[in-house]
Design a protein around this ligand. Sequence first.
Ligand SMILES: [Zn+2]
Length: 298
Amino acid sequence: MSVIREENVTNPTPFKVTPMPADYEYWTNTEIKVRVPTAGWLVNNNNIISGPEPAVAVTGRIAVRNPDGYDDTGDNELIIQFAQFNSVFNLGSGNQSFPRKLIDRSGNGGYYLVFDPSFNDVHPQNIPDAKQDVIDAFCEWNAETAAKLEIVENCPTGSICFKVSGEVLPNLPNGTVVLAAGGSNPSGTSCTGETVIVLVSLKFNTSQDWITSSVQNPLPNENIIKNTAYHEVAHMLQLGHVYNEGSLMHPMYENDQIIDVDAIAGGTHVSNVSANTACANPLQQGLIASCMNPATEK
Ligand SMILES: [Zn+2]
């Protein structure tokens, strides 16, 4: 989880540090508990700092702060459900963060996505197989979690459809290349007392070298569309990054990454809480028809 940070409320100028591994008191498939750290990485900086350095939290409240501004705080320690984006829309006890939930935005129990014409620029040498790689990744996630994120060829009349697109994505400020970006944006308005996902998106960086999963022995600079999609779909399912190297949700891409057990546990957790939410339009779990009957036309 990359967004756990601490703030020192006694410091008039808020600062944030990222906890060290030892500050995670436990870490299960569905829950993380973190304490106020005595050492940490300064945000946007790789320097490790430790108390009594004034920039270390040591005491005070912990904050979970997401890039979109939702946050949550707790005294001395904080329990976070999985490596999942959280919000404090439902204030609750104040030391428990709340998972965002998937809802039915397509009218078919989940979310529809269509390929934007710009996706053709991702791998113009073989557009049908490039699309099939993305479709296969979505279908595998659906089979694992029953959460309906479905790619359709044409957006059904009257439905809300989101896009799988290709565009030039800028590097991060530290120079890290961004291969792709999977997003899911929340809104607090659709279900009483809960934060729900109202928008999903998936973008591939057209300035990178892409290959399809059928290619044997890829070169180091070649990135497999399907394996990248595994990671990005997880972001759409509200999973964040983890420290564990080799995990699907580690931020650095590997061509051999798979939908691993931790990611499945997290995605299933999100799917289950979404389907069981007291909401007018909850996610409806189930297999996607187009995945059960693969298209013969490619
Ligand atoms: Zn990521």
